[in-house]
Unconditional design. Structure first.
Ligand code: SAM
Ligand code: SF4
Length: 375
């Protein structure tokens, strides 16, 4: 049996990996983004609340994603958020951005302020594809911003923030995926990351390469070879099986117990919405928050029975509510279509997720006994 829970938390020890956004918003609308079907409830961390994070949350954080589901660089309080995390001594801070607001002045700020890692999503190697997928973003502007960033970093003889360029694989951009690697090298990227398309709506199935395993796996092999050729660190997802068992449309009524690895427990994750609600993992939002960091000290939330039980059970390989968590699904059950579908498309429990507006989904099949994931 595994050790139930690591000891010594909240002594002098930092151990939490925190994933959060300072705001629920984004300035563009990419065609594959969950925002095309769901609108997150509007929320923004205020300047006073950044003070609370600095005093009561950041001191316990080892690794911080200061943005993960929204766009950080458009936010007025982004700089204050980063400064607060630095003042609180967080050793590793990353952001994920669409690059539209990566101005020269912002690049200088990120480099000088000591951001650890910058991820920028491009999803294409040409203007045409980029602007088709990244609706509202302008290729010349974003590529110019990246060039300015890498130039400034060179001039300062700094290796941080490290730069990763991201690419979500789909039919629209597949032909540019291999050339994306030398393109990223030319831009001065330190790494590249490719990911399978998560199907956020039934329409997205038409864009997915998952159902054409020979083509997808040949592409993945080419990507691995190209990354090796250019000697650039890369994240390239695992091959897909050649017959994915289709999801039959039957919503999961009782979210089953998951047996298997759980990164959230093993790496001490916490996920925070911009309203301060906190969860053990972003995939557990339908179960309701463990607490709110603007009302209850993080230490109290961590030591609370729900959080402790979740972690104890998960470390012992048994957690409830993670019906097909994307973190393990691709390796645990890649042959099932559910692995590639957004969670709410398969689970009635996801109807509890706190979204402001939801477009009703198209049913996967007329015979399936389904109900709208949100109604
Ligand atoms: C939701 S975005 C938020 C951060 C930032 N706005 C950006 O675009 O990088 C985080 C990452 O998810 C990726 N993404 C969006 N929709 C996706 C999907 N359906 N499947 C896989 N990745 C997706 C984006 O391309 C981006 O790399
Ligand atoms: S930039 Fe990021 S958050 Fe915004 S729509 Fe695109 S993928 Fe979604």
């Amino acid at each position: 049996m595994k050790i139930p829970i690591k000891k010594g938390f909240l002594g002098n020890q930092r151990r939490i990996t925190m994933m959060m956004d300072l705001s629920s918003t984004c300035d563009i609308l990419c065609k594959q983004c969950f925002r095309t079907v769901l609108i997150p409830k509007s929320a923004k961390v205020s300047t006073d609340q950044i003070g609370i994070l600095e005093r009561e949350v950041f001191p316990y954080i080892d690794r911080l994603a200061l943005s993960c589901t929204g766009e950080p660089l458009t936010l007025r309080n982004f700089k204050e958020g980063l400064k607060a995390a630095k003042r609180a001594g967080v050793p590793f801070i990353r952001i994920q951005s669409n690059g539209t607001h990566l101005s020269e002045e912002m690049s200088e700020f990120l480099i000088d302020e000591g951001l650890t890692h910058l991820g920028i999503s491009l999803d294409g190697a040409t203007k045409e594809t980029f602007e088709t997928v990244r609706n509202g973003a302008h290729w010349d502007e974003v590529i110019g911003n990246i060039r300015t960033f890498t130039r400034l970093r060179r001039e300062r003889q700094s290796s941080s923030p490290s730069l990763c360029l991201n690419f979500t694989l789909m039919k629209e951009n597949a032909e540019e995926a291999v050339s994306f690697i030398p393109f990223a090298v030319g831009l001065g990227a330190d790494s590249v990351s490719f990911s399978h398309l998560i199907l956020e709506s039934w329409e997205m199935k038409d864009w997915s390469l998952l159902y054409d395993a020979p083509r997808m796996n040949a592409l993945l092999a080419d990507l691995r070879e190209e990354a090796k050729k250019y000697n650039i660190p890369s994240h390239i997802p695992a091959d897909v099986p050649d017959n994915i068992i289709p999801f039959d449309g039957q919503l999961i009524e009782d979210v089953p117990t998951h047996s298997g690895p759980c990164s959230a427990a093993e790496e001490d994750w916490m996920f925070m919405l911009p309203n301060g609600d906190i969860f053990a993992c972003g995939n557990l939002q339908d179960q309701g928050p463990l607490g709110n960091v603007f009302q209850t000290p993080l230490k109290e939330i961590w030591l609370g029975a729900r959080n402790q039980n979740f972690r104890r059970n998960a470390l012992n390989g048994c957690v409830e509510g993670c019906d097909h968590c994307k973190i393990f699904a691709s390796s645990a059950d890649p042959s099932h279509e559910m692995s590639y579908l957004a969670r709410r498309l398969t689970s009635r429990a996801a109807a509890e997720m706190d979204f402001e507006s939801v477009h009703r989904r198209r049913e996967p099949s007329s015979s399936a006994q389904t109900a709208p994931a949100h109604s």
